[in-house]
Design a protein around this ligand. Sequence first.
Ligand SMILES: Nc1nc2c(c(=O)[nH]1)N[C@H]1C(S)=C(S)[C@@H](COP(=O)(O)O)O[C@H]1N2
Ligand SMILES: [Mo]
Length: 316
Amino acid sequence: MLLDNNRRNPSDIKPSEITPPEVFKQRRTLIKAAGAMTTGLWLPFHASAATASLDAKKTAYGQEEKLTSYEDVTSYNNYYEFGTGKEDPAREAVLFKPAPWTIKIEGAIKQPKTISIEQLLKLVPLEERIYRMRCVEGWSMVIPWIGLPLKALIDWAQPTGNAKYIEFVSYNDPRQMPGARMSVLDWPYVEGLRMDEAMQPLAILAVGLYGKVLPNQNGAPVRLVVPWKYGFKGAKAISTIRFVEKMPTTTWVKAGPREYGFYANVNPQVDHPRWTQSSEKRIGAGLFAGRIKTRMFNGYDEVGQLYAGMDLKKNF
Ligand SMILES: Nc1nc2c(c(=O)[nH]1)N[C@H]1C(S)=C(S)[C@@H](COP(=O)(O)O)O[C@H]1N2
Ligand SMILES: [Mo]
């Protein structure tokens, strides 16, 4: 029953289809009180949580773009903890439990802290932002994210002057994540940004998409979205955020330093050894749609000043 529902497009399923309205409301209240929940209690609530809507204020970001369908956004992606195939995450992450959830914040900071999802959602009003997303493998999507500027969390965390970089560590549990039982990558998945990149207003922590709570396969309950960089910078299911002095060794740089750089800015002039970066295939554009030209910084020109004076062929 639960599995059957998940095979359909979740946007077509109203919570009321799964649960009578009064029970659904009751469950929502319970989900909000996630801190009080035990692991065993979570499962029956999961289906309703995954379709819960999220309030966010509309913004001007990406209004001119044609959106990639909810179906494509949630059924074609990379999330190696759930397998290396593009269709694996949607199938294998069905039973993953994104609540209760807290993020540990540590390193160069006045005092180590934890923040729960409930606290995170209250830091600043949530926004909807439509971003173009570009995977280094050559495909792209346009996704209406819901989230908050990463800067809001950094301001709350109060890093010290020694914080030059910020490291994001994804949750890793081989029991819940079949891909994490294999050594395709060096787990846990780690990504990072330079501090000024992290403060750039375009960088967000996403908690939803298409007006709903983030589906498991897209990084529930909270993931990074940095639209001027390749998709792999967007670490999913973040469990630890660490302020550090030295450039972190990120998972993909460790896996292939000739193929993946720390900066990973979208750059049509620097090809990946196996994939061209000068053009891209927009997912869902149709069989006869040609490839489109990839733009520097994925078209987010305003970030250029962060890299003034840097050789972006060396710092790829
Ligand atoms: N923890 C984790 N985060 C991850 C990945 C992963 O394998 N593990 N894959 C990355 C890659 S390569 C891409 S393109 C995006 C794809 O997911 P999205 O469509 O939800 O953005 O997630 C990124 N974040
Ligand atoms: Mo990617």
